[in-house]
Write a protein that binds this ligand. Structure first.
Ligand code: TYC
Length: 103
């Protein structure tokens, strides 16, 4: 007798997703004033990206208006948002960082 999972393999994945706590994307938004070098440093310092990947993400935000820095559990995402926002404010840059649920 076939199990429901054998009949519908996507069911196991649906159940896993329903049981797991949601993850959150941390997203940088573009603005006209924050220097590109500062954004690259933020991506390296707070999100562990290398120079090349940080530059790719920064240019994506610059051209498209937003870009994903990483995906984390809720508390870690919230901490990153507040650390980046505080760091930007300390340096008097208007850089905006937000989090959103990753479904
Ligand atoms: N648009 C900015 C500039 O031309 C650079 C920038 C990139 C700002 C990404 C914010 O999240 C950002 N200096």
């Amino acid at each position: 007798m076939a199990t429901q999972h054998q009949l519908d393999p996507s069911l196991a994945e649906k159940e896993r997703r329903a049981a797991a706590p949601p993850m959150y994307r941390v997203v940088l938004l573009n603005d006209d004033y924050t220097p590109m070098e500062f954004v690259v440093e933020v991506l390296q310092q707070f999100f562990g990206l290398g120079l090349e990947q940080a530059t790719i993400v920064m240019l994506k935000v610059h051209k498209e208006g937003r870009g994903i820095c990483g995906v984390y559990p809720r508390d870690i995402a919230a901490t990153k948002v507040s650390q980046v926002s505080q760091h930007a404010r300390q340096h008097q840059h208007p850089l905006q960082c937000i989090m959103e649920v990753n479904e």
